[in-house]
Ligand binder design. Structure first.
Ligand SMILES: *[C@@H]1O[C@H](CO)[C@@H](O)[C@H](O)[C@H]1NC(C)=O
Ligand SMILES: *[C@@H]1O[C@H](CO)[C@@H](O)[C@H](O)[C@H]1NC(C)=O
Ligand SMILES: *[C@@H]1O[C@H](CO)[C@@H](O)[C@H](O)[C@H]1NC(C)=O
Ligand SMILES: *[C@@H]1O[C@H](CO)[C@@H](O)[C@H](O)[C@H]1NC(C)=O
Ligand SMILES: *[C@@H]1O[C@H](CO)[C@@H](O)[C@H](O)[C@H]1NC(C)=O
Ligand SMILES: *[C@@H]1O[C@H](CO)[C@@H](O)[C@H](O)[C@H]1NC(C)=O
Ligand SMILES: *[C@@H]1O[C@H](CO)[C@@H](O)[C@H](O)[C@H]1NC(C)=O
Ligand SMILES: *[C@@H]1O[C@H](CO)[C@@H](O)[C@H](O)[C@H]1NC(C)=O
Ligand SMILES: *[C@@H]1O[C@H](CO)[C@@H](O)[C@H](O)[C@H]1NC(C)=O
Ligand SMILES: *[C@@H]1O[C@H](CO)[C@@H](O)[C@H](O)[C@H]1NC(C)=O
Ligand SMILES: *[C@@H]1O[C@H](CO)[C@@H](O)[C@H](O)[C@H]1NC(C)=O
Ligand SMILES: *[C@@H]1O[C@H](CO)[C@@H](O)[C@H](O)[C@H]1NC(C)=O
Length: 481
């Protein structure tokens, strides 16, 4: 009789001991459905709002509500601002996406919570049923990226631009440009209300795909829609995938992936701050959330060898996709501290499109490995190999010497060899013309530049140089706060 009681108890105990505790997380998120880039300014649509809101609700149930997967000591109803960090470039689509996500993550707390009593005894309830205010901080780079004409436009990184331009002289590119001529000619009647026929080639694969993709979601009267067979739609998408991957990552030239290097730096710094504040007995810096564009996903996917885990990683992530880095431990967590660093592990997961209760992120091995979880130490080592964490590092790698980078100019070596190998300036402008994509680069630079923009009203205007006869979408990206 005794045994039958003892055994289940033991089993329970051991499973409790093996249970993991989630200590923190970092989420990188794509915006929701939006209007096409070709018709700037792009706006988040109602559908897009709904997507990011749903994703916010999902992460609420995963990280805030569910007692078995909740982040340790993270407030679950009333937000504590020191525990979370939310960032996005100055871009309407990305910032609004972040806001929509937060409404799902920390919804209004209702009548009871968040009531304050004033000195004269009056009670005050916040407006909108306890709606919670959560700031979305701006990262200085990537401004206007959803309106940007080509992917490096929003990056401001000279050597990354040069590297991406090299793609246009690669044989991968020239072969596809040639072999897809006929395919794009067929598409002209579908898009000629917006694009000059000469613009509709593989050179502009993403913006052409983007316009058609948005139209298939929103437009009930697409001209010549008979051309848009499922096969042709897939082809426009696949060609855009190849084009944008080529611009965002090259295995022998890391500079192209500056956006991913910056994101890696952001992740590393934030997760490290989760550990340092936890070790200091604080419960701050638990959840980092950053919104950005698909090109940053691509650059990071390449740097982290994710295509080795699944070749789908070379396809543009759908709207409202998210990747998640979870910091957890199987060891006991001291009530006023943190487990030893050697007991910490990291798990990467990704969800293509809106995550929800019905379709959750899936874990993948990073860095070409096999394990779905790796130790924090090895994660930090691998990420440090390419992460850009300081302004000086950014300036040196980018070869920028003016503005924010002026203080480091004297210590800046010559631009990287890959940059020098580019085709020079005339080649560049030819290549830049009309390339499309979004490239949100994330944040290393710039407290100062951001401050200059906010305080001094400095405007950064980036001009798109679309091919002749292309739509009137000039100079949209602005750094104006
Ligand atoms: C986006 O919204 C602005 C007004 O806020 C409007 O002028 C613009 O036409 C909209 N863009 C599209 C593509 O609908
Ligand atoms: C809570 O999370 C656990 C572990 O991820 C999962 O198995 C369980 O279904 C979740 N419970 C609810 C109510 O969502
Ligand atoms: C208490 O103070 C608030 C804010 O100054 C004021 O709006 C309110 O009318 C005061 N209530 C009373 C009962 O005096
Ligand atoms: C870096 O240099 C490029 C080319 O000179 C310039 O366009 C860009 O604005 C610079 N970026 C920053 C952040 O200074
Ligand atoms: C990648 O870089 C190498 C070396 O710079 C170059 O030979 C190759 O063509 C590049 N590939 C692409 C797709 O740009
Ligand atoms: C482009 O393709 C055609 C055949 O479709 C071929 O004859 C021609 O040599 C190709 N040109 C280049 C530059 O590859
Ligand atoms: C677009 O192409 C169709 C079919 O060739 C033609 O009838 C139409 O006039 C063109 N529209 C514009 C705006 O050029
Ligand atoms: C093409 O458009 C017409 C109306 O313009 C519509 O009736 C038809 O269903 C559309 N066909 C497809 C395949 O979308
Ligand atoms: C739908 O497509 C037609 C033809 O390209 C275009 O004139 C119209 O503005 C589009 N409508 C929307 C809502 O995008
Ligand atoms: C984490 O932060 C500590 C203290 O600031 C620093 O010494 C350490 O190098 C950082 N580690 C990483 C991987 O950034
Ligand atoms: C996301 O899904 C699309 C199809 O909807 C696919 O083409 C792409 O490869 C996927 N991307 C990733 C990163 O899984
Ligand atoms: C998702 O699942 C959690 C746990 O079962 C539940 O609390 C939450 O309401 C669900 N969310 C939605 C949107 O169904």
């Amino acid at each position: 009789m005794h045994l039958s009681i003892v055994f289940p108890t033991l089993a329970l105990l051991s499973s409790a001991e093996a249970a993991e505790t989630l200590l923190g997380a970092y989420i990188f998120h794509r915006h929701g459905d939006r209007t096409p880039k070709a018709l700037a300014p792009a706006n988040l649509t109602s559908l897009g709002y709904d997507q990011v809101y749903t994703s916010g609700q999902y992460f609420r149930s995963r990280f805030l509500s569910n007692s078995s997967s909740k982040i340790y000591k993270l407030n679950s109803d009333v937000v504590k601002l020191s525990q979370i960090s939310v960032t996005a470039p100055v871009d309407n689509v990305l910032q609004n996406s972040a806001m929509g996500f937060l409404q799902g993550l920390y919804p209004p707390v209702g009548e009871e919570l968040n009531v304050q009593t004033l000195s004269n005894g009056s009670k005050v309830q916040t407006p909108m049923n306890g709606y919670q205010l959560i700031p979305v901080n701006a990262v200085a780079q990537g401004s206007g990226s959803e309106d940007s004409g080509w992917l490096q436009d929003a990056s401001g990184c000279e050597n990354a631009e040069l590297s991406s331009n090299n793609y246009f002289s690669s044989s991968d590119y020239t072969k596809l440009l040639n072999s897809t001529k006929g395919f794009y000619e067929e598409l002209v009647p579908v898009v000629n209300a917006t694009f000059d026929p000469s613009y509709v080639t593989f050179k502009n694969a993403y913006i052409v795909y983007d316009l058609i993709n948005v139209a298939t979601i929103h437009n009930t009267s697409i001209p010549s829609n008979a051309t848009l067979t499922p096969g042709n739609l897939l082809q426009t998408r696949t060609l855009a995938d190849a084009h944008e991957w080529g611009l965002a990552y090259n295995v022998s030239d890391d500079m192209r992936a500056m956006a991913g290097m910056q994101l890696a730096g952001e992740i590393l710094k934030y997760m490290n701050s989760t550990i340092t504040s936890g070790s200091a007995g604080l419960s701050s810096n638990k959840l980092g959330i950053q919104f950005g564009a698909y090109a940053s996903f691509f650059s990071f996917f390449g740097l982290a060898s994710l295509p080795a885990a699944n070749p789908d990683f070379m396809g543009i992530p759908d709207y409202a996709s998210s990747m998640v880095f979870e910091l957890f431990t199987d060891a006991a967590v001291p009530s006023d501290g943190f487990p030893a660093t050697s007991d910490l592990q990291v798990r990467f997961s990704f969800h293509n499109g809106t995550a929800s209760n019905f379709s959750e992120p899936v874990a993948y091995p990073l860095f070409g490995g096999k394990d779905l979880a790796i130790s924090w130490n090895s994660f930090a080592d691998s990420l440090s190999k390419f992460a850009v964490t300081t302004t000086q590092d950014w300036c040196t790698k980018c070869g920028n010497t003016t503005g924010t980078c002026a203080p480091y100019a004297s210590s800046t070596p010559a631009p990287s060899s890959t940059a020098k190998s580019s085709g020079g300036h005339s080649g560049i402008s030819a290549a830049v013309g009309g390339v499309i994509g979004a490239f949100v680069t994330l944040a290393v630079i710039l407290g100062t530049l951001a401050a200059a923009m906010l305080i001094g009203g400095l405007r950064v205007v980036s001009k798109k140089r679309l091919a002749g006869g292309s739509p009137a979408v000039e100079g949209v990206a602005t750094g104006k706060a």
